[in-house]
Design a protein around this ligand. Structure first.
Ligand code: CA
Length: 440
């Protein structure tokens, strides 16, 4: 395996990497996009996979009922009962104290979302494409072995690698134990953090990594794959054969672990992720709700065409597909297949999955989008989304809890309101709709 000389990547502060902040920070921070696979707000929750935050309303103050030392003492009992050795626990927790930057990140609710087209511009930058192309060549033998074992194509693997950690460059430099202990003590999802922390201790006990080298994001996503500890325990593999599953330092282990996870998530060998389509005038946009699945052939019978007169990919006619409108009916449209869904299981954001898919094609010069983005139509801010939800519900279109998250209920309410205006019912939140409801 050509990894004996893999170098230690220099870890940088995430927040200094302006062009990557959204990619990486989004990969760490559950946001509005959590609740909307096949929707649009281009912010991305953690990979493989951090569940959505239970909406905390406006009350973000969490007052622990015990001191950190009391919490740690109780957690130590849980860990030992779960089979963690006392000596290992005490070594891992030596000098651990709550990390206030983790608390701050956990409680932040960004007001503004980046438009999907800007997110894609960053994700698909020429620099990243060239770097990925070089790595596909550099690791050709390893990637071929991984393809043979897991059935996931090399372009997709390198694309995920680029999106998750910029090919290993931005892995996060926080102690995973400290971050998860902080979140288990006073985070917004203590049960989740508790389970991840136990899994992290199991990783240390297996000897895959030393405590001080177990670094990751504030949310506990680790290494070149940005796996959370439970995903690591179920899917990380030692592909370079040195006896350790090293997703931090070994690209072979990281790429194979990604392949293993995608294989388990339903990846279909040799199938395309999907393709861009054009919709006929008068198309029923309510079919683009993420839940409606038909075969490619059935979708095409509704008058869909491909850009430039292209045909659907050979053999895809019978495959199950959903229609994705990342920026509503005015923007580009895509039919997305099973491999797109597998990518969503890595990171449940349609913008992320679209970026991974298009980047994997850009490595061979394809993956360009023909449709125009509605750049005059910026995403609603968080407070505008909350106002929209309140207005929808006030007009008898039940948008559920006004939490700023455009989930299935809100999209359904938006479609109903759009229909009442006689507008295309794409379920996409716009300023025009907000204005229309304000003035009704
Ligand atoms: Ca290894």
């Amino acid at each position: 395996m050509p990894f004996c000389n893999s170098r230690r990547w220099h870890l940088r502060q995430l927040m200094t990497a302006a062009s990557l902040v959204l990619l990486v920070a989004c990969a760490e921070k559950p946001t509005a996009a959590d609740a909307q696979p096949l929707q649009t707000v281009p912010a991305v929750p953690a990979p493989a996979v951090i569940p959505p935050v239970v909406p905390a309303g406006e009350n973000l103050e969490i007052q622990p009922t015990q001191t950190f030392a009391e919490w740690q003492s109780g957690f130590r009992k849980d860990a030992l009962a779960a089979g963690i050795r006392a000596e290992l626990f005490d070594r891992a927790f030596a000098d651990v104290s709550p990390d206030m930057s983790v608390i701050k990140a956990d409680r932040s609710q960004p007001e503004f979302s980046r438009p999907v087209w800007e997110y894609l511009d960053g994700a698909l930058s020429p620099v990243r494409v060239r770097k990925g192309q070089a790595l596909i060549n550099q690791y050709a033998d390893t990637l071929q072995s991984i393809e043979q074992r897991y059935g996931v194509d090399r372009q997709a693997l390198v694309s995920v690698w680029g999106m998750e950690s910029n090919f290993g460059q931005f892995q996060g430099n926080k102690s995973v134990i400290r971050s998860l202990a902080t979140l288990a003590y006073e985070g917004r999802r203590p049960g989740f953090a508790h389970a991840q922390l136990l899994a992290a201790l199991q990783i240390l006990q297996q000897g895959d990594i030393e405590p001080e080298k177990m670094l990751g994001s504030w949310a506990g996503a680790m290494g070149q794959t940005q796996f959370i500890p439970t995903t690591y325990n179920t899917h990380a593999v030692d592909f370079d054969g040195d006896g350790r599953r090293d997703i931090w330092g070994s690209p072979a282990d990281a790429l194979a672990s990604t392949a293993h996870y995608l294989q388990s998530s339903g990846w279909q060998r040799g199938q395309p992720w999907g393709f861009e389509v054009q919709l006929a005038k008068g198309f029923d946009y309510s079919l683009a709700d993420g839940a409606t699945r038909r075969t490619v052939a059935e979708w095409m019978q509704l008058g869909l065409t491909l850009p430039n007169g292209a045909n659907v990919p050979a053999g895809s006619e019978h495959l199950s597909a959903a229609l994705l409108l990342p920026a509503g009916y005015r923007g580009p449209a895509f039919l997305v297949l099973d491999n797109f869904r597998a990518i969503l299981k890595y990171n449940n954001s349609s913008s992320y999955a679209l970026a991974v898919s298009l980047l994997s094609q850009r490595f061979s010069g394809a993956g360009l989008i023909n449709g125009e983005w509605p750049k005059d139509d910026l995403p609603l801010s968080r407070s505008e989304r909350i106002e929209l939800q309140n207005l929808l519900s006030a007009h008898q279109y039940d948008a559920g809890t006004a939490d700023g998250i455009i989930g299935a209920n809100t999209r359904k309410a938006i479609r109903s309101a759009q229909q009442s205006f006689g507008w295309p019912a794409d379920g996409y939140p716009t300023h025009k709709l907000l204005e229309g409801l304000r003035n009704r």
